[in-house]
Ligand binder design. Structure first.
Ligand SMILES: *[C@@H]1O[C@H](CO)[C@@H](O)[C@H](O)[C@H]1NC(C)=O
Ligand SMILES: *[C@@H]1O[C@H](CO)[C@@H](O)[C@H](O)[C@H]1NC(C)=O
Ligand SMILES: *[C@@H]1O[C@H](CO)[C@@H](O)[C@H](O)[C@H]1NC(C)=O
Ligand SMILES: *[C@@H]1O[C@H](CO)[C@@H](O)[C@H](O)[C@H]1NC(C)=O
Ligand SMILES: *[C@@H]1O[C@H](CO)[C@@H](O)[C@H](O)[C@H]1NC(C)=O
Length: 422
């Protein structure tokens, strides 16, 4: 009997050890890009610290309950063809399975040298295969862009505003030119165009968030902007009512299915150095886009299960839970060395509470209509513009007419409103 108990114990210990050994624990990282595809959050690439860049593709399987104590990361057998940081990614609205990864700094995964990047790679999430997407019409194929965010409309067009030019023959200097173009990739025709925005052209900017609302407006929040060579974070309260929100870049934004944009984290330091970070307060703020003008609020949130403050992390929303992963830890004192985060954090966007697991929340195999910020929710076509925002005349050539973009007024505000027909 004793013998049997002992051997059972051993068996249990062995299987426990077996599980421990087998569970993949990814390295901490930041400057990765993420995309929700059905029930998986894919994380592409990233900086694992000390200028070591990864081409890893890792994912969380949302069909299983999530637990912050033991996130069940899976490493995709096939990585990105090259190591990528500061790229942007979005899910195809046409086939719902292809992820486009655009721009970023591309490195040889073995020797970490900056290499000549393909501007667009496509990841087939069904077969895990990568293809280089050959496009025409980009405004300068000698460069790529980084620190920008893409959104895709229902018609397969990807809108990318701003970013920083990366000349791969020179490398990423923190002084690289920022841009304020709106570049559009038509993923059906594989052609790029730059919208001819002539009114209220926003400042040169990087490291903002872009969220496509169901009414077709793209909401750009926060960023690091350059005016006359001076770089600062933009004022987050221009054109918006409500609570004061500290300026920030490298934060995240997710859209709830009832029109709230939830931002998390970010860096308030007026510095382009990645290691120089300062916590942006508050960690969580909510922008209500259902009222006019839009309104910020700071929800009162219990400190139970609350996360470290982060920037350069990833955030996606699934079944009303915002899932945060990776990033650089920020604090109220200016940091000049990077401390990386390897945890995941779960935020219930209905009850405004940090939770430790989704086991008590019903996570079904099918996603709800909650859409990540990078994909287009169903169009309702009803345009609700804030009262202080008026539609301006646009100067489209015929191409832009068919794209159906119109520009609405913004100044140097945090919030640029552009209309993408979806
Ligand atoms: C990058 O990380 C890998 C894996 O941890 C390690 O083997 C390699 O030596 C690192 N490279 C550099 C340049 O630090
Ligand atoms: C995801 O989790 C579900 C439920 O545990 C499991 O059936 C499925 O095989 C997992 N899928 C992957 C790709 O890991
Ligand atoms: C394209 O980028 C390269 C590299 O930065 C630059 O030398 C060149 O002048 C650019 N061409 C145009 C047309 O802007
Ligand atoms: C960043 O620069 C702006 C403009 O000069 C200044 O108002 C703000 O206090 C600075 N922020 C920090 C955190 O130093
Ligand atoms: C952009 O619009 C301006 C103002 O209408 C016009 O002068 C300019 O020629 C246009 N540029 C292009 C490239 O279409």
């Amino acid at each position: 009997m004793n013998m049997l108990v002992n051997s059972l114990c051993l068996l249990l210990i062995q299987s426990f050890m077996f599980i421990s050994v087998c569970q993949f624990v990814p390295e901490s990282r930041y400057e990765q890009t993420s995309t929700l595809v059905n029930t998986k959050i894919y994380i592409f690439g990233g900086n694992t610290g000390k200028s070591n860049f990864t081409n890893e593709v890792v994912y969380l399987n949302l069909s299983s309950p999530l637990n912050t104590a033991k996130p069940l990361w899976v490493k995709n057998t096939i990585g990105i063809p090259s190591a990528e940081i500061l790229a942007t990614s979005c899910l195809s609205s046409i086939d719902k399975s292809t992820v486009y990864i655009i721009g970023g700094q591309t490195h040889d995964p073995t020797n970490q040298n900056l290499i000549n990047p393909p501007l667009v790679n496509a990841f087939n999430s069904i077969t895990s295969q990568w293809t280089t997407v050959t496009t025409t019409g980009f405004y300068n194929y000698s460069i790529t862009l980084d620190r920008m965010q893409a959104v895709m409309n229902n018609d397969g067009k990807i809108y990318i505003f701003g970013g920083k030019e990366v000349d791969y023959s020179v490398g990423d200097t923190n002084y690289g030119p920022y841009i304020n173009k709106m570049n559009v990739l038509d993923t059906k025709a594989l052609t790029w165009s730059s919208l001819n925005i002539t009114n209220n052209v926003p400042t040169l900017r990087v490291s903002y968030t872009a969220t496509l609302l169901s009414n077709g407006l793209i909401i750009y929040i926060g960023d690091f902007e350059m005016i006359n060579s001076a770089k600062t974070n933009v004022n987050m309260n221009e054109q918006v009512n409500g609570n004061t929100i500290a300026p920030r870049n490298a934060h995240s934004a997710v859209l709830t299915n009832d029109g709230r944009i939830i931002i998390f984290g970010g860096n308030s330091a007026n510095s382009t150095s990645r290691a120089t970070t300062l916590r942006a307060q508050p960690d969580v703020a909510v922008l209500n886009t259902n009222i006019s003008p839009y309104q910020w609020s700071i929800p009162s949130i219990s400190s139970i299960n609350s996360p470290q403050s982060l920037c350069f992390h990833s955030a996606e929303i699934y079944n009303n839970i915002m899932i945060i992963a990776f990033g650089i830890v920020t604090s109220d004192q200016l940091q000049t060395t990077e401390t990386l985060n390897n945890n995941i954090y779960l935020f219930d966007v209905q009850n405004y509470a940090w939770i430790s697991s989704t086991s008590t929340v019903s996570i079904s195999n099918a996603p709800t209509s909650a859409a990540p910020s990078s994909t287009a929710p169903k169009s309702t076509k009803s345009s609700i513009l804030p009262a202080n925002v008026k539609e301006t005349s646009t100067n489209h050539n015929s191409n832009y007419m068919t794209i159906g973009i119109s520009l609405v007024q913004f100044s140097d505000a945090i919030i640029l409103l552009l209309k993408a027909t979806i």
